[in-house]
Design a protein around this ligand. Structure first.
Ligand code: HEC
Ligand code: HEC
Ligand code: HEC
Ligand code: HEC
Length: 496
């Protein structure tokens, strides 16, 4: 009996010691296998007569979107170029068609990104046609003209059947484009629905209804005897349905802006046309192989632009040039004007985390060890090329910016020289500016002290704190964010 108990005791001791020990063993690093996760591509395909490759709605995501670990993310022009280069190496004939909305917004940074990366990369991939999207229409007229009108040696690719800049003149805005590739004649048209034109306030941009525009263009396209006709539509589901119904079966491929986030595994059809749903943010390309075989005239493949495609050195060089331009231009040169922060009225300016450390040592030590305490470094050292001059990255990796608008507050981070104390995700990224709190604590006005302590509090109750976190921990940059588990990693308390 006694030996039984001793044995049991020893067993318990053994278990309680070894289990946590084993549990703490670092798990062998799991290699991410993109092909196993996202599937093979072109499996069992013969060489097509022509491969149409559709992409669209990149929305400025020139790189895989987000901060969740590049390995597992999809998209980016660098991988897209490698994909095209691999097709070229296989000797396949390829015709790429871009639906447009390549940029995210307008402004100097958007133009630099467009000129140094987007336009250059698309040229390397031999894109000859793109739909003119509502995002492109946000650029000022003189910029748009440069993007629309051919200049010697620089042919342009945009087309729109119902929108034009300055006047409806094919020299300015091509109403359609026709190409012959490997004996197949392809016509491409694009329209922007009224619901998307609502946001275009530039009076130099003229438009008619998509149906009116298409009725004028279709006879010309038919006269050209196109074997394949592509229609890109910017519109709501209703608008797309209405347009497709009006031109039922006249287009082979409809590319709607109203796409699911990821393309389907098999193509859908709508009123006799094949729907090409490209997905969002340039994460996928959709390929349609054309064959002379009447038994199987086409094959369809969605192509995840994942880490099976290596980064292209050429696009990296473009990114480097672009980042260099951002550095040279500086925030002011980019036209980035600091915005007022309504918290400043009560709380004063941002002062930097060091100024909190004197009185809040415990919180400071927790912070210093957390990833927030080192959030600036990854922009300089982990990112290729370094991104510490890029407002689209600075916004969440420093103090005093609006993370979703990529704009600095009036007393927020400027640059490492002027505001070295505001790098990293400091105390004030969550608690707000602390200048007046510090002053109050150094004084003796108890009422004011309480008022400012209250202003800086970030209660866990009613999702107040969580609301602050998800400004930065959004779907793109922190897809696995869970308030409870994340908060546990940075919990700091000073009183019970
Ligand atoms: C001169 C000392 C001092 C400095 C510097 C200081 N604090 Fe405080 N802080 C206090 C005192 C004292 C309290 C009230 C006691 C407490 O709640 O811990 C307080 C309270 C707070 C509270 C509210 C806690 C609560 O629930 O009442 C927050 C949040 C806070 N400080 C954040 C900051 C931040 C952020 C900084 C830097 C920008 C900072 N403090 C700098 C002294 C200081
Ligand atoms: C909207 C906010 C936001 C923006 C904008 C943003 N990041 Fe992040 N970044 C985060 C968050 C949040 C994390 C942590 C994600 C997590 O662990 O869940 C992160 C993590 C990272 C990491 C991983 C750091 C590490 O320790 O491994 C890198 C690298 C990074 N970001 C680089 C960038 C770059 C480069 C840009 C600009 C292209 C950028 N970030 C823009 C919020 C942002
Ligand atoms: C990522 C966001 C975040 C950062 C960064 C952060 N805090 Fe907090 N802090 C919070 C939240 C949320 C709470 C509320 C906790 C609660 O109500 O229990 C809190 C609570 C506090 C409290 C009150 C603790 C208590 O016992 O009631 C103080 C003081 C404080 N933080 C100071 C700091 C200081 C100083 C820093 C920088 C060294 C800092 N915090 C960085 C989010 C943050
Ligand atoms: C101003 C933007 C910003 C805010 C606000 C913010 N974070 Fe973060 N957070 C980041 C960035 C950037 C990183 C990545 C830093 C790195 O890895 O170097 C990060 C990383 C983290 C990590 C580390 C994740 C890991 O992989 O270990 C945790 C945990 C975290 N944040 C929790 C929170 C919580 C909880 C809140 C809200 C109370 C919050 N954060 C608010 C920007 C922010």
């Amino acid at each position: 009996m006694l030996t039984e108990m001793i044995r049991l005791f020893l067993l318990l001791v053994f278990v309680s010691f070894t289990v946590p020990l084993f549990a703490q063993e670092p798990a062998a690093p799991k290699l991410f296998d993109p092909v196993a996760v996202n599937g093979k591509i072109f499996d069992g395909w013969d060489k097509p007569k022509l491969l149409l490759v559709f992409t669209g709605f990149m929305d400025g995501y020139v790189e895989p979107c987000g901060c969740a670990g590049l390995e597992q993310m999809k998209g980016g022009l660098s991988r897209r170029l490698t994909f095209f280069n691999e097709l070229k190496a296989k000797n396949w004939d390829v015709f790429p068609i871009e639906a447009g909305n390549l940029n995210k917004g307008f402004g100097s940074q958007e133009e630099l990104k467009y000129n140094f990366v987007i336009d250059e990369a698309l040229r390397k991939m031999n894109y000859e046609v793109a739909g003119l999207g509502p995002k492109e229409l946000l650029f000022p007229t003189d910029t748009l003209i440069l993007y629309l009108v051919d200049s010697p040696g620089v042919p342009r690719r945009y087309t729109s059947a119902n929108v034009a800049v300055m006047e409806f003149d094919p020299e300015f805005t091509a109403p359609y484009r026709v190409f012959t590739k490997n004996g197949i004649k392809i016509g491409v048209v694009s329209v922007v629905g009224n619901s998307f034109l609502k946001d275009v306030h530039n009076t130099e941009i003229l438009h008619k209804s998509p149906i009116e525009g298409l009725k004028e263009i279709l006879p010309k396209l038919n006269a050209e005897k196109c074997g394949k006709k592509v229609l890109i539509i910017y519109g709501t589901t209703e608008e797309v349905n209405q347009i497709v119904k009006e031109f039922s079966g006249q287009f082979d491929y409809i590319v709607p802006s109203d796409t699911p986030a990821e393309p389907p595994l098999k193509p859908n059809t709508l009123n006799g046309s094949m729907l090409i749903e490209t997905g969002e943010k340039g994460k996928f390309a959709v390929a349609v192989g054309l064959y002379d075989n009447p038994e199987q005239p086409f094959r369809y493949q969605r192509v995840p632009l994942d880490s099976r495609f290596k980064n292209s050195a050429e696009v990296l060089a473009m990114m480097q040039m672009y980042q260099e331009q951002l550095k040279q231009t500086g925030l002011a040169g980019l036209g980035i004007k600091p915005i007022p922060d309504r918290r400043t009225d009560t709380q004063g300016k941002f002062t930097g985390t060091k100024s909190c450390a004197d009185c809040h040592e415990e919180s400071y030590l927790v912070w210093k060890k957390s990833k927030h305490g080192n959030a600036w470094q990854p922009l300089k050292e982990k990112s290729v090329p370094p991104r510490n001059f890029d407002p689209e990255c600075i916004a969440c990796h420093t103090d005093g910016w609006n993370p979703q608008e990529f704009l600095p507050y009036q007393h927020g981070y400027r640059n490492e020289k002027e505001t070295p104390e505001l790098v990293n995700v400091g105390c004030e990224s969550c608690h707000g500016p602390g200048e007046n709190h510090i002053k109050a604590e150094q004084g003796s006005d108890a009422v004011r002290q309480e008022l400012l302590r209250k202003a800086l509090r970030l209660p866990l109750e009613n999702g107040v704190a969580k609301k602050q976190c998800i400004q930065c921990h959004d779907g793109d940059n922190s897809p696995h964010f869970n308030f409870e588990t994340y908060w546990q990693k940075i919990v700091h308390k000073e009183k019970e």
